[in-house]
Design a protein around this ligand. Structure first.
Ligand code: ATP
Ligand code: MG
Length: 205
């Protein structure tokens, strides 16, 4: 295959190209017959969480069960994606409440990260989801709050056919090595930097 050549859907290599766009042209095979991937979106540019939200949208369109677990510290205010996801029937769970992020005590950060990871592991192994996003999990690995082996063994033991999406800056070498699909978003220009422009509704929050 040539580099960057778009991939045809695996199940229907010879399916005729439909003249009109009918919804759901490819049936969804049972989960055990699907290939579960680990996708990683990292880098210093904007678009990592956005990409994961896009995958949630696509998965829901396929009739899949999807959820996002967020390690980020959030405020009480719901963002656009929380409300939008609820409309789609996608669970977005913010675990950041109380997450101190670089508090004085690394032990406290470790404890909270472990607590959050335990919730992620439970969701993944419940078998309820076809696609699960762990938003900003990268930091917990980069800062050593979670051990790579601990995380990898949970991911490896997940139900067959389940996709996992991990986002965040500072993806470690080990995580990149473990992932099946890794994309790096690189900042070229950001209005915060060029114009001091803050977060915009519908774009960032
Ligand atoms: P998004 O959620 O918009 O896809 P992201 O997940 O790629 O962003 P994060 O590292 O999670 O990026 O950063 C969260 C917020 O920081 C976003 O609202 C984003 O606009 C902002 N941001 C991202 N990159 C930059 C940058 N280079 N300079 C300033 N702000 C940035
Ligand atoms: Mg993000």
């Amino acid at each position: 295959m040539k580099e960057h050549e778009p991939m045809e859907a695996e199940r229907h290599p010879k399916a005729p190209v439909p003249k009109t766009r009918t919804p759901g042209p490819y049936p969804l095979p049972p989960r055990e017959r699907r290939t579960g991937l680990v996708l990683i979106y990292t880098g210093n540019g904007k678009g990592k969480t956005t990409a994961a939200l896009g995958l949630l949208l696509r998965a829901v369109g396929r009739g899949m069960q999807a959820a996002m677990y967020q390690f980020v510290k959030t405020t009480d205010v719901e963002r656009g994606e929380h409300v939008g996801a609820r409309r789609l029937g996608v669970e977005v769970v913010s675990m950041g409440a109380g997450f101190t992020w670089l508090s004085e005590s690394i032990e406290e950060d470790r404890r909270l990260a472990r607590e959050c990871w335990a919730r992620c592991a439970e969701a993944l192994h419940s078998g309820k989801y076809d696609l699960v996003v762990f938003d900003e999990l990268t930091y917990a690995l980069a800062y050593g709050w979670l051990d790579h082996d601990e995380v990898f063994s949970v991911l490896e033991a997940r139900p067959k056919g389940t996709h996992v999406v991990i986002t965040g800056r500072k993806a470690t070498e080990e995580l990149v090595e473990f992932g099946d699909l890794v994309s790096e978003v690189q900042e070229v220009k950001h209005p915060y930097r060029t114009r001091g422009l803050g977060a915009q509704p519908g774009i960032e929050l």
